[in-house]
Design a protein around this ligand. Structure first.
Ligand code: RP5
Length: 175
């Protein structure tokens, strides 16, 4: 199912292999949104809907998409298949779950053969957030407003970490 209201101005396409990946991938949508970046979101599978996945990847650039984020679990071929059908950068988010709890997805995604890269990030929620930030970093190469928001984002993480350090110092020495 496509979300047509988001498709016209979306610069990032998020594809997931199943709607069971959606709770984690919502973190990517939220993170993009915090930078003011709109995403087109699709559930497409390298195995269950291979024809649609290939078509969506092959036509993404023409629709104005600049970065693709692909997430899947188990034998996670989705990011690689999308990358095979586009010259856009593809960021892969491996999902936890299954008998191997994500190790299968991580290796399936990260071990691409030479020539077809997938920029694979961490498993799960951290990966969904980092995929979104990496997508913003790519868009920011030609968008000074986004570049400035990334500077502010880094400053805010720095501030929060320094505050956490201060809180821990107040707890010491432990009795
Ligand atoms: C993958 O298989 C999906 O990306 C999901 O992470 C996993 C399980 O899918 P469901 O069986 O929950 O639909 O293709």
């Amino acid at each position: 199912m496509s979300n047509e209201k988001n498709m016209s101005k979306a610069e990032v396409l998020i594809v997931m292999g199943s709607d069971s990946d959606w709770p984690i991938m919502q973190e990517a949508v939220r993170t993009l949104s915090s930078f003011g970046v709109t995403a087109e979101v699709r559930v497409l599978s390298a195995h269950r809907t291979p024809d649609v996945a290939a078509e969506v990847a092959a036509t993404a650039a023409k629709r104005g998409i600049k970065v693709i984020i692909a997430s899947a679990g188990m034998a996670a071929h989705l990011a690689g298949v999308l990358a095979a059908h586009t010259t856009l950068p593809v960021i892969g988010v491996p999902q936890k779950g299954g008998a191997l709890d994500g190790l299968d997805a991580l290796l399936s995604m990260v071990q691409m053969p030479g020539g077809i890269p997938v920029a694979t990030v961490a498993l799960g929620k951290a990966g969904a957030v980092n995929a979104a930030i990496l997508a913003v970093q790519i868009l920011a190469l030609s968008n000074p407003t986004l570049a400035q928001r990334l500077v502010e984002h880094k400053a805010s993480i720095r501030k929060k970490t320094l505050e956490a350090d201060e809180r821990v110092q107040k707890d010491l020495p432990l009795t």
